[in-house]
Ligand binder design. Structure first.
Ligand code: NAD
Length: 361
C-alpha cells in the first residue's frame, strides 16, 4: 500500500479560507481519480495566527511544514493587522517570508497561460495574448528583500534609509539550475532578465547564468535588461517560454504578467527548493473587500493544487486533468464576478469548485 501524501493546509486570512476550501475539494476529487491518498493537517497562519497565538507563524507550524510533502497556502493579511511594526512577526506577511526562508524555498514559479476562453477578458488585445504560455522563475530568498544592512536612521539633515541587494554565486546557480531543468520539460527556451548595464549583482547574475547555460546546450538561452523585458512582455509575450530573474524584478514582472491572463484571481504559483517539498498558493492577496461573501475566484488556488500534484506528488496526469477541467469550466461560460463580462451572470466560489469537480468526473 502506498503511503498517504501529507499536505499541510494554511488557509490564512480574508478569502484565503474560501479559495483554499475550493482547491481542496478539487484536489480530493483529482486524488480519488488518480488513486492517490492524501492526509491533510490544517493550521493557522498570518493574521489568524496573530489573533490566536500572538505571532504570524509559530515555530511548530514551520516544523509541521518541514515534515510535509506539500503546503497548500491561501493568503494572509488585512486592515486589522496593518499597524504592526514593519519586520515584526505580528505582520501577517512575515509568515510567508518565514516559511520561504525556513523551508529553503528559493525558487518561485509562476506559470502564465492565457486560457482560450479568457482571451477576450485580458487587458490586452486578443492577438497579443492568444497562445501565451510562459513560466516565470523568480529567485525568492535573496536580493533586496533579505540582504543586510536594511534600516532607516537619523542624519543631521533628516531621515535616511538603506536596503541592500546582495547575491552570491551559489544562490544564483541553484535557481538557474531549477529554471534550466524546467525549460527542458517545456519548449527549451530560457530568457534571463537582469540589469547588467548598471547593477553589480546583475553582472554576477549574468556570468553565473551564462556558465550554467553551458551545461544545457539544448536550451536556447538569451539575456535581456529588465526595462526592455517589461516592454517586450506586453509587446510579444508569446515569444517567451521560461523567464529567469531575481527577487525584486520577479516580484514586479510577475504582477505585470498576471494582467495577460485577465485577472489576479486566475493565476497559481509554486515555491520550491532543491527537493520536492513545495508551497502552493494563488498569486492574489487576501482581498478583504470581498472576503466572506463567497464570490472570490478560486481558479488561482485550484490551479495551484494542480501544480502541487505535478511538482510535489509527481502526479502529472492528475495535474493535467485538473487544468483541463478548469479550461472546460471556463469554456462553458461559468465566471466569478471578477472575470464576468457585461451581460454574464456571475456565480460564486463554491459553484466553480463544484463545476471543476464534476468536469473531472
Ligand atoms: P489583493 O490581491 O488581496 O486584492 C486586489 C484586488 O483584487 C481587490 O479588489 C480584490 O478584491 C481582487 N481580488 C484578489 N483576488 C481575488 C479573487 N481570487 N477573486 C476575486 N477578486 C480578487 O491585494 P491587496 O488588496 O493589495 O491586498 C490585500 C491584503 O492581502 C493586504 O493585507 C496584503 O498585504 C495581502 N497580500 C497577501 C498576499 C499573500 O498572502 N501572498 C499577496 C498580496 C497581498
Amino acid at each position: 500500500m502506498t503511503a498517504a501524501a501529507r499536505i499541510v493546509v494554511l488557509p490564512g486570512d480574508g478569502i484565503g479560507p474560501e479559495v483554499t476550501d475550493a482547491a481542496r475539494r478539487v484536489l480530493d476529487a483529482a486524488a480519488v481519480r488518480a488513486g492517490l491518498k492524501l492526509d491533510y493537517v490544517v493550521d493557522l497562519v498570518g493574521g489568524a495566527s496573530v489573533d490566536a497565538h500572538g505571532v504570524a507563524l509559530r515555530p511548530q507550524t514551520l516544523r509541521l511544514c518541514k515534515t510535509a510533502d506539500a503546503i497548500l497556502f491561501g493568503a494572509v493579511g488585512g486592515p486589522k493587522w496593518d499597524d504592526a511594526a514593519p519586520q515584526s512577526n505580528l505582520r501577517p506577511g512575515s509568515a510567508l517570508l518565514g516559511l520561504r526562508k525556513g523551508l529553503g524555498l528559493f525558487a518561485n514559479l509562476r506559470p502564465v497561460r492565457v486560457d482560450p476562453a479568457m482571451v477576450a477578458t485580458s487587458a490586452l488585445r486578443p492577438e497579443r495574448v492568444r497562445d501565451v504560455d510562459l513560466l516565470v522563475v523568480r529567485e525568492l530568498t535573496g536580493g533586496l528583500y533579505f540582504s543586510k544592512p536594511k534600516r532607516r536612521y537619523e542624519t543631521p539633515r533628516g531621515q535616511a534609509a538603506v536596503d541592500t541587494m546582495r547575491y552570491s554565486t551559489p544562490e544564483i546557480e541553484r535557481v538557474a539550475v531549477r529554471a534550466f531543468e524546467l525549460a527542458r520539460q517545456r519548449r527549451r527556451r530560457l530568457c534571463s532578465v537582469d540589469k547588467a548595464n548598471i547593477l553589480e549583482t546583475s553582472r554576477l547574475w549574468r556570468i553565473v547564468v551564462t556558465a550554467v547555460a553551458e551545461r544545457y546546450p539544448d536550451v536556447a538561452t538569451s539575456h535581456m535588461l529588465v526595462d526592455a523585458f517589461a516592454m517586450e512582455l506586453l509587446r510579444r509575450p508569446q515569444a517567451f517560454d521560461v523567464v529567469l530573474t531575481e527577487n525584486l524584478f520577479g516580484d514586479i514582472l510577475t504582477d505585470e504578467a498576471s494582467m495577460l491572463a485577465g485577472a489576479l484571481g486566475m493565476l497559481p504559483s509554486a515555491s520550491l527548493g532543491g527537493g520536492t517539498l513545495g508551497l502552493y498558493e494563488p498569486i492574489h492577496g487576501s482581498a478583504p473587500d470581498i472576503a466572506g461573501k463567497g464570490i472570490a475566484n478560486p481558479i488561482g488556488a485550484i490551479l495551484s493544487a494542480a501544480l502541487l500534484l505535478r511538482w510535489s506528488l509527481n502526479a502529472e496526469t492528475a495535474a493535467a486533468a485538473v487544468e483541463h477541467a478548469v479550461s472546460f469550466v471556463l469554456a462553458s461560460g461559468l465566471r466569478t464576478a471578477d472575470i464576468a463580462r457585461d451581460g454574464e451572470a456571475p456565480v460564486g466560489t463554491a459553484a466553480i469548485a463544484e463545476a471543476v469537480v464534476s468536469a473531472l468526473g
